[in-house]
Write a protein that binds this ligand. Structure first.
Ligand SMILES: [Zn+2]
Length: 314
């Protein structure tokens, strides 16, 4: 199952990270381009990732040691750099956040920008060693932050927060929940963070039971999505329910309901954005029976019922 912010959009060329001469050659290559990140926002130009030459960044170009080597795009080196500036560097172009990434930028470039943003963000938030408090120094192309204290020398690595997300189904219905802060008709799949000492499947069972009181017969993996806002990895499942009675246990959801395909096709539910793995999980379930696909019925935040479609038959 393919998702937004994923796919083979870059060769990470991990062998270059510890190759000082190779990294320097990449840094000085005419094909090298920089992906600047300012205050957790990314440069967007004409619906694509802003890829700058060193000359375009000018005096704001950091030393190679401060840049993160993202990898090679069609053989051309790419580095993420943080732009230190009180005001948005508008002379470089438009810097945008998550909403802009999803709405303005095509798939592969959105993934590249999210990757650059996640790495720069990690550097910004780990300026000091978590064990002794001494300043950290980047190493390995920016993929290690090493404590500068010789007696500590702790090495920190980019961190991820794994979260499960699951579409539960039972008797041709799917289970969707609504958080209290959401609009009345907005529903989505069940999700939650994996805890230490917990397998993914156990996290799926726990979250579904905590939020809806439903027990699961079995679950299986569908796909994943990096969600670097700030550092989540969404791990998607489909699960068959063993029970159907809903009990809102932990107060996380204001409402949870079973929906048929006809309910979804009728447009009564505002589903999650198409860029999300939640949408893809619902779509994969919906499209498992023949007929018009969910994507043909749905346009971001609203349904269009195409002439001749008979969702009631599904
Ligand atoms: Zn330390």
């Amino acid at each position: 199952m393919e998702t937004c912010f994923s796919g083979g959009y870059i060769d990470r060329a991990t062998q270059l990270r510890r190759d000082a001469a190779g990294l320097a050659a990449a840094w000085h290559s005419p094909a090298m381009r920089l992906l600047p990140v300012w205050e957790a926002q990314c440069l967007i130009r004409d619906g694509a990732a802003g890829r700058l030459t060193a000359a375009e960044l000018g005096a704001r170009l950091p030393a190679l040691e401060q840049a993160v080597f993202l990898g090679l795009e069609a053989g051309a080196p790419r580095f993420a750099v943080q732009v230190e500036s009180r005001e948005a560097p508008a002379d470089l172009g438009h810097f945008g956040g998550l909403r802009d990434l999803i709405s303005l930028v095509s798939g592969c470039d959105a993934a590249l920008l999210a990757y650059a943003r996640a790495m720069v963000n990690w550097h910004r938030q780990h300026r000091h060693c978590g064990a002794c408090g001494a300043p950290n120094r980047p190493a390995d192309g920016g993929f290690v932050l090493a404590c500068s204290s010789a007696s500590c020398a702790r090495r920190a690595f980019p961190r991820l927060d794994p979260a499960i997300i699951v579409l539960v189904h039972h008797d041709r219905h799917c289970l969707l929940g609504r958080q209290a802060s959401w609009p009345a008709q907005r529903f989505s799949t069940i999700a939650g963070f994996v805890e230490p000492g917990e397998a993914l499947e156990d996290a799926v069972r726990r979250e579904v039971a905590e939020e809806t009181g439903i027990g699961l017969a079995h679950c299986h993996y569908m796909g994943s999505q990096p969600w670097p806002f700030p550092a989540s990895l969404m791990i998607g499942f489909h699960a068959a329910a063993a029970t159907a009675d809903i009990t809102l246990n932990d107060g996380e959801l204001a409402e949870a309901r079973w929906f048929s395909r006809a309910d979804l096709a009728a447009g009564e539910v505002v589903l999650p954005p198409r860029a999300s793995i939640a949408w893809r999980l619902v779509e994969a379930w919906y499209d498992a029976v023949p007929g018009p696909g969910l994507a043909t019925l749905h346009r971001e935040g609203a349904f269009l019922r195409p002439a001749g479609a008979t969702p009631e038959q599904r």
